[in-house]
Design a binder for this molecule. Structure first.
Ligand code: NCD
Ligand code: ZN
Length: 384
């Protein structure tokens, strides 16, 4: 299993998660390869920053790890980061990770062009900066109000703008954590677009924000029950390219303080596969579709040769699951530093039994048995 959207943090944010705890959570959740996001401290926005991260990660990881890098305006940097094996340029539309004039079409066009020349995909967080109602009421005590400030229009507008600009350049774009059925349908009209949904956006709705507050606060926010149902329907029909967790750990202290200051994001590495397997046991998804969404499609989209198939000559990155085992999600036993979840106490059927990375058992019977450093750094297009 490959999780293409993970915030492993580390560096100066290692109090939230580090390379060892993040990849331990991955192994426990059945993921053998994760692709890390660049919105760290410092951000991964140059070749030297990428090298720094690779060097730091090497001795700490339990699974395979690859890196997305920040979208930057400098095309020389883009080509250097591409040569170092970056998986994509992350374009964070609400608030660019590295300085970039996000509202200027020409800036985005140039970025898409350079990206195409370096054979890199642009991974998009689609929420339009200008349409997010800000500033928030600093006194707000309501996560529902925070969620309302990040409208459906903000997503639709951002994504259709990027799709239109990408079509002019032929650049491949990957649309992260889509929340709306209409976004999926819009993306399907562009040949070089791929789509991603998270378990939380297909299984939970704004009712969870009311009931669980900060535990269900992430961006883009959870939507209405009817949107959620239709998104799940598109997923089950095979119209979405991949599922990713958007594992976004923060501390409970940060999350549970003043509402307007609460950082968005929830951990997902240890809940994604059990939740998806539950959909399989309930016959909402087929097992072959689950494997496409969590393994073969991410391998193809992000160009991970040797991965995504259980076949002679491919890497022995294997997860064994017990499909009969019924459990309940218990965040207090997560290996991630972020021990909370909007899925707390949810009953699931299907549990990870053993995770092998490169032929070595890393996780078995509820315990990490691998050693930090046993995972590999993976690079786009390079056979590990
Ligand atoms: C992510 C984070 O915390 O880094 N938060 C989130 O709510 N999804 C950022 C992101 O992926 O947008
Ligand atoms: Zn995002």
């Amino acid at each position: 299993m490959i999780d293409a959207h993970v915030h492993l943090r580390d560096m100066d944010l290692s109090y939230k998660e580090d390379f060892t705890t993040g990849t331990a959570a991955a192994a426990a959740g059945g993921f053998t390869t994760v692709l890390d996001m660049p919105n760290t401290l410092p951000p991964t926005d140059s070749s030297s920053r990428l090298i720094e991260k690779i060097e730091r990660a090497q001795s700490k990881i339990l699974t395979n790890v690859g890196f997305h890098v920040a979208a930057v305006p400098d095309s020389a940097q883009i080509s250097q980061m591409s040569r170092l094996g970056a998986y994509s340029l992350k374009l964070y539309m609400p608030n660019p990770i590295s300085p970039l004039d996000i509202q200027d079409d020409n800036t985005i066009l140039t970025l898409l062009q350079s990206s195409k020349e370096s054979d890199l995909r642009v991974t998009v967080h689609g929420e339009d900066q200008g349409l997010l109602r800000q500033p928030y009421n600093k006194e707000t005590e309501s996560f529902v109000e925070l969620a309302k400030a990040r409208s459906e229009q903000a997503e639709l507008h951002a994504l259709s703008r990027v799709l239109g600009l990408a079509a002019k350049t032929g650049c491949s774009v990957h649309l992260s954590h889509i929340t709306l059925p209409s976004s999926i349908l819009a993306a399907r009209k562009y040949r070089h677009a791929t789509t991603e949904v998270t378990p939380h956006h297909v299984l939970l709705s704004e009712k969870a924000i009311k009931r669980k507050g900060w535990k269900a606060w992430m961006v883009p926010p959870l939507r209405s029950e009817s949107i959620r149902k239709n998104l799940l329907l598109l997923l089950s029909k095979g119209l979405v390219t991949i599922v990713a967790s958007d594992h976004a750990p923060h501390t409970i202290e940060e999350k549970s303080g003043a509402v307007a200051e609460s950082p968005p994001g929830v951990p997902g590495l240890e809940t994604t596969l059990p939740l998806m397997l539950t959909l399989v046991t309930r016959r909402v998804l087929s097992m072959s579709l689950l494997i496409r969404l969590l393994s073969s499609n991410p391998a193809r989209v992000f160009n991970l040769p040797g991965k995504g198939r259980l076949e002679e000559g491919f890497d022995a990155d294997i997860v064994l699951v017990d499909l009969k085992r019924k459990t309940r999600i218990r965040p207090e036993s997560f290996l991630s530093k972020a021990k909370y979840s909007p899925f707390e106490n949810v009953h699931v059927q299907g549990q990870v039994h053993t995770t092998l990375v490169g032929g070595t058992v890393v996780f078995q019977d509820g315990e990490i048995v691998g050693k930090p450093g046993s995972g590999r750094i993976v690079k786009r297009g390079v056979r590990g």
